[in-house]
Design a protein around this ligand. Sequence first.
Ligand SMILES: [Zn+2]
Length: 79
Amino acid sequence: MTDKLYCYCCRNYHPAEQVVLYETKVGKRWRCLRSIQAAQQPSQIRDAAGRQQSLENRARASQQARNSLQLRHSSLAFA
Ligand SMILES: [Zn+2]
């Protein structure tokens, strides 16, 4: 678990399991889940419905992909 990926949002390195590929204006960048969640508080999503919603859906999709990868990893670890 020495893999660290550069998060464009914090401009910092995070462990691979804490970042997802996030679509930005300039393409896909790694971004940590914490910064994504911080930027998508429920009240903000409700306020700026459409725009925020599509961002949230995209983030959620990559997060789910990552979560299922993690699940597979942990079930292997327990096997
Ligand atoms: Zn970050």
